[in-house]
Write a protein that binds this ligand. Structure first.
Ligand SMILES: N[C@@H](CCC(=O)N[C@@H](CS)C(=O)NCC(=O)O)C(=O)O
Length: 207
């Protein structure tokens, strides 16, 4: 019997990344919108994610939090979609998934919060700098269409969403490979379908 898949999200959140992945997979799931504030910090939801954050998923009795982990889990749980490379060819796939959840996520947070790293401490900051992160991605995407090689994977959904944010915000000017890559991803029908669902949901919930 197929296990029930529940998607906990808010349309104005990183949950959009998971929605896109679910849409690429074409699997059935139930959406639970978790409003920001008290509901997200309620014991009922903290039992799903002790951080009181979205997104999260419950697949039968299995709960997964952290956007990158959810993407990796779902790609493995539904292998027919081919969004995870075979286990012996996952070096680049793992590299970029972890790069997305580590340096890229960190440097975007730093950018959005507007704080500077003291120059004397820069050497110990794992996320480096925003240009450094974009340089590293562009070096790869200058030479191949997708992060793991020639085939679109869950790493493109996760890291590509962060690249898309950077491109749309005008932070990736001077990186044509990143702009081209994002155009390719944004043209995917599943991206458009997922975006339309979240855009519609945004009008129905509190910000
Ligand atoms: N590291 C987490 C971050 C999740 C996160 O910070 N989600 C935000 C929305 S994008 C959230 O739920 N914030 C509500 C809060 O912290 O109260 C992930 O990648 O999933």
């Amino acid at each position: 019997m197929t296990e029930q898949l529940v998607f906990y999200t808010h349309p104005h959140s990183r949950g959009r990344i998971v929605r896109w992945l679910l849409t690429e997979l074409g699997v059935a799931y139930r959406t639970e919108i978790v409003p920001y504030g008290a509901a997200m910090k309620d014991p009922a939801y903290l039992a799903i994610n002790p951080m009181g954050k979205v997104p999260a998923i419950a697949h039968g009795d299995t709960v997964v939090t952290e956007t990158a982990a959810i993407c990796a889990y779902l790609a493995d749980a539904f292998p027919d979609a081919g969004l995870a490379p075979p286990p012996d060819r996952r070096a680049a796939y793992y590299r970029w998934l972890f790069f997305g959840a580590g340096p890229f996520e960190g440097v975007l947070t730093q950018y959005m919060c507007g704080f500077d790293v003291p120059a004397a401490k820069q050497y110990m900051v794992g996320f480096g700098t925003y240009p450094g992160v974009l340089d590293a991605l562009a070096q790869t995407l200058d030479n191949q269409p997708y992060l793991a090689g020639s085939v679109f994977t869950a790493a493109d959904v996760y890291v590509g969403s962060q690249i898309g944010w950077s491109v749309r915000a005008g932070h990736a000017e001077g990186y044509p490979a990143l702009a081209d890559y994002w155009s390719r991803l944004a043209a995917r029908p599943a991206y458009a379908r997922a975006k339309a669902l979240d855009d519609a949901a945004e009008g129905e919930v509190a910000p």
